[in-house]
Design a protein around this ligand. Structure first.
Ligand code: NAI
Length: 223
């Protein structure tokens, strides 16, 4: 079995996920990347030779279980899981449709439940592993129009802390990273005025770059 460390990254086809893939491949990881969009996810193979991709939806529990089995089947192990896939469906709660609530919960929260659960047995047997969940500062501070999203990101933080307490003694760490506003497709959809106001509240007066989040993830994965 190869000694090269193996990482699984969800939502890898764009933004923060792709930056994480880029950093991890540079750092010598074998990367198993997943995304929902066929064309964008497939392009990763051209950019990062040697990576393995799977296209599917993390709201599908069977897909999540098969991901871990396929990753271990392909690379023989899984050292690092990065739960990065996530969506927004912004609306004021007064106007929020049930499906806008349900979609965000299913993707951002139930998705990490399914993927984490599927990887635990292998990591516990190996007595080591790293799980990193991409939460958001919105889960700590709140944001009008994002009660669904903030609930999932706050939930991810509680989930990560609880799971860390369950499996820390087995040599597995669980961390949540809570970035502020980052320049990706997700924030590109924000109205210009809201983006300007948000940037003014940031001490550096600018949105972060995906690579800055990827650096933190790589640091937490090391060791
Ligand atoms: P993005 O929209 O570029 O990337 C999201 C990724 O998740 C895409 O690859 C998409 O295909 C995937 N995805 C979404 N739903 C999925 C599903 N059901 N099944 C499989 N894959 C799915 O956005 P970005 O900004 O790169 O977001 C990545 C993560 O970072 C998300 O969890 C987001 O909540 C979080 N985040 C983003 C911030 C920002 O300002 N952009 C700030 C804080 C956290």
């Amino acid at each position: 079995m190869s000694e090269q460390r193996v990482a699984l990254v969800t939502g890898a086809s764009s933004g923060i996920g792709e930056a994480i893939v880029s950093r991890l491949t540079e750092s010598g990881y074998s990367v198993f990347a997943t995304g929902r969009d066929h064309a964008r996810t497939s392009r990763l193979c051209e950019r990062y030779p040697g990576i393995e991709i799977r296209i599917g939806d993390i709201t599908d529990g069977d897909f999540c279980s098969s991901l871990i089995a396929d990753c271990v089947g392909r690379f023989g192990r899984l050292d690092l899981l990065v739960n990065n896939a996530g969506i927004t469906r912004d609306n004021l709660l007064m106007r929020m449709k049930q499906e806008e609530w349900d979609d965000v919960i299913a993707t951002n929260l139930t998705g990490i439940y399914s993927v984490c659960k599927a990887c635990l047995r292998g990591m516990m047997k190996a007595k080591k592993g790293r799980i990193i969940n991409i939460a958001s500062v919105v889960g700590v501070m709140g944001n009008p129009g994002q009660s669904n999203y903030a609930a999932t990101k706050a939930g991810m933080i509680g989930f990560s802390k609880s799971l860390a307490r369950e499996i820390g003694s087995r040599g597995i760490t669980v961390n949540a990273v809570a970035p502020g506003f980052i320049e990706t497709d997700m924030t590109a959809r924000m109205p210009r005025q809201r983006k300007r106001e948000a940037a003014e509240r940031i001490l550096l007066q600018r949105f972060g770059q995906p690579e800055e989040v990827a650096q933190v993830v790589t640091f937490l994965a090391s060791g």
